[in-house]
Write a protein of this length. Structure first.
Length: 184
C-alpha cells in the first residue's frame, strides 16, 4: 500500500469526534456551556488548542454535568490532546471517560487510535475489539480503524476483511471504499 495514502487514510481515521451530547446542564451567560464549546472544539478544531483545553477543563471542573456528558467531555478533551500529538494525555482522558461510562464506544475507538499512534498495537486492538463488542458489530468505524491498525501490523488479509465488513455496514462510505481499493 502506498505509504502516503496510508498516512492520509490514518490521519482521517484517527481523530473522529464524538456525537453531540444531550442537553448540557450548566449554561454560561451567553447561553453556551463550556462542555458544548469543548465538543465544538473537538469536532471542528480551533486555532487555539490552549483555549480549547482550558474550556474542556473548566467544563469538567466547574459544571454540573450528567455522568454521560462528563464522560463525553473527557473524551472530547482527549480528542484535542491527541490532535496536539499528546497521545499519553489523550489516553488518560479516554480512560477517565470510560471509567465514568464503560460502554462509550467512541472513547474506545479514540483510545485505540491514540494507542495506534504510539505503536501500542496490542492495546489498540483490545480497544477496537471492545468497541466492536459494545457496538454489537454494527459500527463501521470500528472495523475501519481496526483495518488501519492491521495494515500497520502488516496483516493485509485481516485489514481486507475488516474493510469489507465496514463497507457492508456503511456501503456509501467513500473512505472505506478507497481504503479497500488501495489494497488491490
Amino acid at each position: 500500500m502506498n505509504r502516503r495514502l496510508l498516512c492520509r487514510v490514518l490521519c482521517c481515521a484517527l481523530f473522529l469526534p464524538l456525537t453531540p451530547t444531550a442537553a448540557l446542564a450548566a449554561q454560561t451567560v451567553m447561553g453556551v456551556s463550556a462542555a458544548q464549546l469543548c465538543y465544538d472544539y473537538a469536532t471542528h478544531g480551533t486555532n487555539s488548542a490552549r483555549r480549547a483545553l482550558e474550556t474542556c477543563t473548566r467544563a469538567i471542573n466547574d459544571e454540573s454535568l450528567t455522568s454521560r456528558d462528563l464522560a463525553a467531555t473527557y473524551s472530547n478533551r482527549g480528542i484535542i490532546q491527541a490532535a496536539r500529538g499528546r497521545f499519553e494525555l489523550a489516553i488518560e482522558d479516554y480512560d477517565r471517560s470510560l471509567n465514568i461510562n464503560p460502554t462509550l464506544v467512541h472513547a474506545m475507538i479514540n483510545r485505540g487510535n491514540a494507542h495506534t499512534r504510539l505503536r501500542q498495537f496490542k492495546q489498540a486492538l483490545d480497544d477496537y475489539d471492545l468497541a466492536g463488542f459494545y457496538s454489537e458489530g454494527r459500527n463501521g468505524l470500528v472495523f475501519y480503524n481496526r483495518a488501519m491498525l492491521f495494515l500497520q501490523m502488516g496483516r493485509i488479509e485481516n485489514a481486507r476483511a475488516d474493510l469489507l465488513r465496514a463497507l457492508e455496514l456503511q456501503p456509501d462510505s467513500l473512505r472505506y471504499r478507497e481504503a479497500l481499493a488501495s489494497l488491490k
